[in-house]
Design a protein around this ligand. Structure first.
Ligand code: NAD
Length: 425
């Protein structure tokens, strides 16, 4: 058993290494739960990691070969599940970490899945519609042997959307020679998508903010909210907070941030943002993302990318609650600083689990061929997320650990138990 003090790395290179950070917390969680080293050996990396080369004919007639990944972390509980990211900075390590986070999320909200994740190194902002279609179909052909409705079910993530899911579903259905809506989630409604999937991540984050605010005695009505990232997660979240009576005083995208202490016009910004979550290019008076994170506010929501709150800026964060809509936005050192400063941090594996929860609903509806109303989806999501938040919060109080470690303890237990019952460890 590795002692708690040894588990955290002192190597500065490890600090922004999301895989290493995840492994550190998994190790601590397993140790606190009394599991042996073998369990950590099994869970510290995905069971399977496929790297593929995808040749795509570009519009100029030339062939470009893209690199893609699919990681399947642990399928003891059930088929693996997780999104596909299209981004120039995708790495093997990042995809592995993301697949582990998916396992934890599924454990926290108690879904019958393990975690998976995929990614392609590409910049969809520089590609045409048809090039994106050829890349999406090529990726499915490349990974088709290890995915499927009962094996591994993909979904959207950064820079992928319902159109890309539709192409992927169509390609898989051709390979399978069977219409297979349950192969992928996040599809358009007409192809078996679920009501509420597009806004599910933001809805889940909104529920976590509401529950966290209750614990901290913060009134949502009039609370000052800052959201980093204005894509799927961030923009809908800003809208929901605005509609709940909060004052969204800051938002940002990859190019900068907007700040108005009197509250931004969220409906206007939503109307003007492009499909990649960019809106600030339309304005002259922008602030940097660094300045945005340090704004005086009640609730801060990082909803963009990894490693945004670090030991360099954690002391300057002025929010009372930080709720991680993005995956991995806060380093472990920053988590410690925020917790010591009395800031309630709701971790990614809990806060952003609304997306996979409604993806699960979509898969269930596809499997039974019977579709639910938006109200049914919302009511089920609300019930699951409130229970999950309180479960993690109580674990944190009882075990006297921060919410991240508590969430890992809740999330890791189910896959560890399932692996044990299967006789793997
Ligand atoms: P998205 O592609 O729709 O939007 C990303 C947003 O982040 C855009 O506004 C983009 O401009 C901004 N951004 C990119 N680089 C940035 C940078 N360096 N600084 C500041 N902003 C930057 O992606 P999304 O689906 O909203 O995902 C955002 C985060 O939420 C990711 O970490 C993702 O893994 C996580 N998440 C998303 C879902 C989902 O269902 N969409 C579910 C769970 C977790």
């Amino acid at each position: 058993m590795v002692a708690e003090k040894d588990a955290a790395s002192n190597n500065p290179e490890d600090k922004n290494d999301v895989l290493k950070s995840t492994q550190t917390v998994i190790q601590l969680a397993l140790e606190k739960l009394g599991y042996s080293d073998e369990v950590f050996e099994l869970l510290k990396e995905p069971l399977r990691m496929l790297t593929v080369k995808i040749p795509v004919r570009m519009d100029d007639g030339k062939i470009k070969v893209f690199t893609g990944y699919r990681a399947q972390h642990n399928d003891a509980v059930g088929p693996t599940k997780g999104g596909i990211r299209f981004h120039p900075n995708v790495t093997e390590k990042e995809v592995k970490a993301l697949s582990i986070w998916m396992s934890l999320k599924c454990g926290i909200v108690d879904l019958p899945y393990g975690g998976g994740k995929g990614g392609i190194i590409c910049d969809p902002r520089d590609m045409s519609f048809r090039e994106l279609e050829r890349l999406s179909r090529g990726y499915v052909r490349a990974i088709s042997q290890i995915v499927g409705p009962t094996k591994d079910i993909p979904a959207p993530d950064v820079f992928t959307n319902s159109q890309i899911m539709a192409w992927m579903m169509d390609e898989y259905s051709r390979i399978d020679e069977f219409n297979s809506p349950g192969f992928i989630t996040g599809k358009p409604l007409v192809l078996g998508g679920s009501h509420g999937r597009e806004t599910a991540t933001a809805k889940g984050v909104t529920i976590c903010i509401r529950e966290a605010a209750k614990k901290k005695g913060i009134d949502i009505e009039g609370a000052r909210v800052v959201v980093q990232g204005f894509g799927n997660a961030g923009s809908f979240l800003a809208k929901f907070m605005h509609d709940a009576g909060a004052k969204v005083i800051g938002i940002s995208d990859a190019y900068g941030g907007l700040h108005d202490p009197n509250g931004l016009d969220i409906d206007y910004l939503l109307d003007r943002r492009d499909s990649f979550g960019t809106v600030t290019k339309l304005f002259n008076n922008t602030i940097s993302n660094k300045e945005l994170l340090e704004l005086d506010c009640d609730i801060l929501v990082p909803a963009a990318i990894e490693n945004q709150i670090t030991e360099e800026n954690a002391a300057n964060i002025r929010a009372g609650i930080v709720v991680e809509a993005a995956n991995g936005p806060t380093t472990l050192e920053a988590t410690k600083i925020l917790t010591e400063r009395g800031i309630l941090l709701v971790p990614d594996v809990l806060a952003s689990s609304g997306g996979v929860t409604v993806s699960y609903f979509e898969w269930v509806q596809n499997n039974q061929g019977y579709y639910w109303t938006e109200e049914e989806v919302e009511e089920k999501l609300e019930r699951i997320l409130v229970a999950s938040f309180n479960n993690v919060y109580e674990a944190a109080q009882t075990r006297r650990v921060d919410m991240r470690l508590a969430a890992y303890m809740v999330g890791v237990r189910k896959m560890a138990e399932a692996s044990r019952f299967r006789g793997w460890i």
